[in-house]
Ligand binder design. Structure first.
Ligand SMILES: Nc1ncnc2c1ncn2[C@@H]1O[C@H](COP(=O)(O)OP(=O)(O)OP(=O)(O)O)[C@@H](O)[C@H]1O
Length: 246
């Protein structure tokens, strides 16, 4: 049994086949990238894997457990956390509070915003913020942080759930070159250090080749190749379809 198994997954929107009989596995500990041109179906595939939408047919399992029809918090409890292309933090809460809310939710505590819980999980929160290089920004409102830092905060929020697998949808989207470089190093170090399996989509091929241990290529909703980065780099179909070389 593979760690994450996607078996013959199909997603239709009306008559449009966005994901077509997709089968692939993500091995435990892998840093697995899903690449493909715009509209290939990457986000749809991510939404299927993280249970946001149901597959029309097929199955998705994490350690043998089916993910379909599970509620978002149940999926988090099974061990999956994800981020979105658009930043998804509470802008008016501080960085500290954003992580605190995530920790409270993952530990299944009742959150009462009117009760003084300011110090709850302080050490853990600071450790997480320091790990994503936001220790000095803990008291700043999330909405005031630069885009790159907001993505770092999202990462801390995702890590608060202690996931076995982390899904990142274009983790460096909208970042400057400097932000991208530090973000790549951060993601790679954190998943390695914590033994987290990573599944991510990314447009920037430099980022893909810096992080990925395995790459799957999606084209018109179908996986056309899965392999090691060096195999994907020289795959004729991939070069023709994705990299635009004839
Ligand atoms: N809810 C929906 N209803 C109808 N069509 C949809 C829906 N969601 C996605 N699609 C279509 O499915 C296809 C795949 O879209 P998706 O966003 O998954 O691609 P993508 O590879 O993530 O693209 P990008 O790289 O631009 O983010 C597109 O043609 C899109 O228009």
């Amino acid at each position: 049994m593979a760690f994450l198994e996607i078996t013959d997954a199909t997603k239709k929107f009306g008559g449009f086949l966005a994901i077509n009989a997709v089968t692939f596995c993500v091995e435990r500990g892998a840093r697995h990238a899903i690449i493909g041109p715009n509209g290939a179906g990457k986000t749809t595939l991510f939404n299927l894997i993280s249970g946001l939408i149901l597959p029309t047919t097929g199955s998705i399992t994490l350690e043998g457990k089916r993910l379909a029809k599970k509620k978002p918090h149940e999926i988090v409890q099974i061990g999956m956390a994800r981020s979105f292309q658009k930043v998804n933090v509470f802008p008016r809460k501080t960085a500290f509070e954003n992580v605190q809310v995530a920790l409270i939710a993952s530990r299944k505590l009742q959150y009462n915003p009117f009760r003084g819980a300011a110090e709850l999980f302080r050490d853990e929160i600071m450790e997480l913020l320091e790990q994503v290089k936001l220790g000095a920004d803990s008291e700043r409102r999330a909405g005031e942080l630069a885009h790159g830092k907001q993505k770092q905060l999202e990462l801390a929020v995702a890590l608060a759930a202690e996931p076995k697998i982390l899904l990142l949808d274009e983790p460096t989207a909208g970042m400057s070159i400097a932000e991208t470089l530090s973000s790549i190093a951060l993601i790679r170090d954190i998943v390695q250090e914590r033994g987290i399996t990573l599944l991510f989509t990314e447009h920037d091929m430099n980022v893909v080749f810096e992080i990925a241990s395995t790459i799957s290529v999606l084209h018109h909703g179908e996986i056309i190749a899965t392999g090691l980065p060096q195999e994907i780099r020289v795959n004729d179909d991939v070069q023709r379809i994705y990299l635009g070389r004839e």
